[in-house]
Ligand binder design. Structure first.
Ligand code: ZN
Length: 180
């Protein structure tokens, strides 16, 4: 079966930066619903569209097509007393960035001083060119329910009670992975 709109694609992947430093070894395959559901990066869908099981390739994706350029205005310094304890570098908090009233931003603690904390609202992969080694291991037709929800169910997919309607972000398998 060829990868097309409304197929569920399983891909083994390895993610490196442009200098070939490993970022994520993809111990679990990425499983996503193909066809513009924003389950994965559009450039990955573009690369895999029309391909079949056994296809593999390496693609490099520039920051503007991945997680954007690094935005220094998303760095902020907070009073340590405003954040919960215990506090560690690498912890993440949801907050609202200045100038974007509705979209909550995930801030990562990047530095802790005595009474101040540096929070970075950039995606950990912002500003980086990403190199993906991709290898297609499974392609199947999506179920009607998966198409209606815009994400994959079942093994490696999205698990939720079906009364939960507001699950768009959680269905975003790749981006919701903790990246280090
Ligand atoms: Zn669902």
């Amino acid at each position: 079966m060829k990868i097309a709109q409304n197929t569920v694609v399983s891909v083994n992947y390895k993610l490196s930066d442009a200098q070939n430093n490993l970022i994520e070894d993809g111990a679990q395959p990425m499983v996503y619903l193909h066809g513009g559901y924003e389950n994965t990066l559009p450039k990955i869908e573009e690369e895999l569209d029309g391909k079949e099981v056994g296809y593999s390739s390496t693609i490099q994706i520039e920051p503007e097509d991945a997680f954007g350029d690094y935005d220094p205005s998303l760095l902020k310094v907070e009073e340590r007393s405003r954040l919960p304890e215990p506090l560690e570098v690498g912890m993440q908090f949801e907050g609202v960035a200045e100038g974007s009233e509705d979209e909550p931003t995930i801030f990562t603690v990047t530095e802790i001083a005595d009474d101040k904390v540096v929070l970075d609202g950039n995606h950990p992969l912002a500003g980086m060119a990403l190199r993906f080694d991709l290898s297609v291991i499974d392609v199947r037709a999506a179920t009607e329910e998966e198409i209606a929800h815009g994400h994959v169910h079942g093994a490696h997919g999205h698990h939720h009670g079906h009364d939960d309607m507001d699950d768009g972000e959680e269905g975003d398998h790749f981006r919701s992975q903790p990246l280090n």
